[in-house]
Design a protein. Structure first.
Length: 81
């Protein structure tokens, strides 16, 4: 188990509340981010994957922010570096 955690990059998308609406929106944002990351070149190491993700940070952020707007949410809390 420790070996797995040392070799993965974790994603946390946090909803504003436990409401069904916020939880659904959170999952849509998560799926959008995962779709974007999945399209990146495959990596053989955590470090290489982190570089690819950092290089696509603008696109990932834009996609993550677009989903709430498309779903009627006018305010977005950002904690994206």
């Amino acid at each position: 188990e420790d070996e797995i955690y040392e070799n993965v990059i974790r994603l946390h998308v946090i909803a504003d509340s436990d409401s069904d609406e916020d939880q659904s929106l959170k999952l849509l944002v998560r799926d959008s981010v995962l779709d974007t990351v999945s399209a990146l070149p495959k990596s053989n190491s955590k470090e290489s994957a982190a570089k690819n993700i950092a290089g696509a940070a603008g696109e990932i952020k834009e996609n993550a922010e677009t989903v709430p707007r498309k779903n009627g949410c006018s305010s977005i809390r950002r904690n994206i570096p």
